[in-house]
Design a protein around this ligand. Structure first.
Ligand code: SF4
Ligand code: SF4
Length: 432
């Protein structure tokens, strides 16, 4: 007589991680998590993960009943809606689980396998953002000038070169960007309003159906008439960089200029280094009734505690957001901050991240060659937490945001203290 048995399966939307002798399951639909350290459970789930099993195994009823850790685990999985049991009498054939596969994975593997630049024509579709430093000239003297731009999009005086990127080069860049459907172009300096080809630059940008972001320090903003003349398209966004302490009169002037141009989308970027800066920014937001704004925490070398409070990740923050299986797969393959982004400096150097080595110069390397180079051998677009210590040992490494420039500047991959926490055995959490 056949023994009673079940197909025990995990749902395709259950994210499974086994690390450091512990198991972590995450329900991508509702955020519930399940953790377990029992060796027999780890062995069971590893068996389920094999290519032969595709998250489905046959379990005898006696085996489940006689093994309390297995029966508890099966009950927890069912309670968390991350899997179930199906009586084999009802389904003699093993149920088939479809595992999602991301196209990007195929393209990356194709470029790895086939060293042929033609293959790279397809991968140009991944180029979605270009940052162009048009010049490195500025008459101001901010203390943050040498460090902020390495952490987030911010202007800087390029002391090693005072070149202006030729408008003919920008024309070529925009022509390629148009052809491959780049969706975002950032224009930054120096003081972009000192760029002699600004009129022509605007003319070129108007031809591409992408979001165009201009970055300027509030003290470098020209008067209203000049702004209206230069930035007269609805697809332009003016990003005003505001650091502290502010020069009140100059900020007042800048706000007055942009507020009088209702058609111009303006976003305030408050560069904050302390809690006091955040309070000051909040007062400005109230005073000027600012609707579009963002905070850019700046590490100035002496405010690590501030970063710990405002940039470091916590378990609560990670679990407070929903992470879809698609997001998880993407983070497994690429760095979401850097992927598809090229930075071109005013001397023509091309970077995939401003903190990384250049991968060419636009006078001799085409964007196509640069993308191909980064996809096949580059390190930034594919810099994932699965590849670095200590994150590779952490269950959250595909839920956590990708590695940002803060990690690069601080010289550590984990801006958190999560690895110090122990995983409890057989714990089920439901996160609302
Ligand atoms: S405005 Fe920008 S470029 Fe000018 S000094 Fe300040 S940070 Fe540097
Ligand atoms: S150790 Fe790394 S992956 Fe884990 S939570 Fe911290 S930063 Fe994220």
């Amino acid at each position: 007589m056949n023994k009673e048995s079940y197909w025990f399966y995990l749902e395709p939307y259950a994210y499974v991680s086994i690390k450091r002798d512990s198991l972590f399951l995450y329900n991508t639909l509702d955020g519930a998590i399940l953790e377990n350290k029992a060796p027999e459970i780890l062995e069971l789930v590893e068996r389920m993960q094999s290519n032969d099993n595709l998250l489905v195994v046959k379990l005898e009823k006696d085996f489940i009943d006689q093994n309390s850790s297995v029966s508890h685990f099966v009950a927890d999985v069912r309670r968390a809606f991350m899997g179930d049991l199906v009586d084999t009498a009802l389904s003699p054939k093993k149920p088939v689980q479809m595992m999602p596969l991301l196209n990007i994975q195929q393209d990356i593997e194709k470029t790895d396998r086939i060293p042929n630049l033609d293959i790279g024509r397809d991968i140009m579709k991944y180029l979605h953002e270009i940052t162009i430093h048009v010049n490195g000239e500025c008459t101001l003297d901010c203390a943050m000038c040498n460090s902020a731009y390495k952490q987030f999009l911010c202007c800087y005086k390029n002391s090693s070169n005072h070149n202006e990127l030729k408008v003919t080069i920008i024309e070529r860049i925009i022509s390629v960007a148009k052809g491959v459907g780049v969706s975002k172009i950032n224009i930054i300096g120096g003081n972009i309003f000192l760029y002699p080809g600004f009129d022509k630059l605007v003319e070129l940008l108007e031809t591409i159906p992408a979001q165009k972001n201009f970055y300027t320090h509030y003290r470098n903003l020209p008067d209203q008439q000049e702004i209206t003349r230069l930035l007269n398209s609805e697809s332009f966004v003016l990003n005003l960089l505001v650091n502290f302490q502010v020069k009140e009169k100059e900020l007042d002037f800048a706000v007055g200029q942009v507020k009088n141009i209702p058609a111009l989308k303006t976003k305030f970027n408050f560069i904050v280094e302390s809690g006091k800066d955040i309070e000051a920014a909040q007062q400005l937001i109230d005073r000027y009734r600012i609707e579009e704004y963002t905070y850019k925490p700046h590490f100035n070398g002496g405010n690590l505690e501030f970063l710990r409070e405002n940039v470091f990740i916590t378990q609560e923050k990670i679990l407070a957001s929903r992470h879809s299986m698609k997001d998880i797969f993407k983070k497994q393959k690429v760095n979401l901050f850097d992927f598809g982004h090229m930075v071109i400096l005013n001397n023509g150097d091309i970077h995939t991240n401003i903190d990384a080595e250049k991968i060419g110069n636009i006078t001799e390397t085409t964007l196509h060659e640069a993308v191909y180079k980064e996809m096949t051998g580059g390190r930034n677009w594919r810099r994932t937490r699965e590849d670095v210590e200590p994150c590779k040992q952490c269950h959250y490494n595909l839920l956590c945001p990708s590695i940002s420039n803060y990690e690069l500047i601080l010289g550590r991959n984990n801006l958190c203290d999560i690895m110090d926490k122990n995983v409890a055995s057989g714990t089920l959490h439901f996160v609302a």
